[in-house]
Design a protein around this ligand. Sequence first.
Ligand code: SF4
Length: 228
Amino acid sequence: MHESREEKDRPYMINMTYKNREDDLIMLSALQHVIFCPRQCALIHIEQAWAENRQTAEGRIMHEKVHKENKESRGNIRIEYGMPLRSLRLGLIGKADVVEFHRLTEDKWQAFPVEYKRGKPKADDCDKVQLCAQAMCLEEMTKTTIMKGALFYGKTRRRLEVVFDNKLRQKTEEAARNIREIIESGSTPAPVYTKKCESCSLVGECMPKTMGKRRSVKSYLSRILGEP
Ligand code: SF4
């Protein structure tokens, strides 16, 4: 893919080896799933499994509420709700809960994405990666650089500012590559039971304890029978 001079000058840009078409894009939400658990990502995006639990229902209602609004202006800030996003470079498509446009000069605005989350800040980077992917979509769409955004958590009622540094951008690109590899392989990774399974909405479909045991019996038999 031909890169413009501006793209080459950006230190965080790393080459993606695939080119994506409009009809080949994957939902932005898959980033969170793949970071949480690659098997969960495959169950949802390959096997089309989805189970709603209290957390996912509350999250869905919160997003629906945010997306209901359309746009508004508050002083030097213009706010767009439910803004469609896509990046052909990352191969992702989705919606931003909120994109604020902060006025810099008379006719220059700086985009600032804000993602709403039901709970509280998480131990891993999955929310930050999702927000960073939104920023990278916006950058591709608006040909600008976005260095910051925010996560708003319903439980703490606070905004957490997120800086889109090189490390977070590379993590986001890696996650996008992982999703594509999983989806293109068409095979669902085997379950590995961890503490995360207790809060996973797909624990009923996945059956990590049973399926994990079945797999170890199968590999034991293969081993003693000398099968590959
Ligand atoms: S139950 Fe555990 S192994 Fe299965 S999808 Fe959920 S997190 Fe992954």
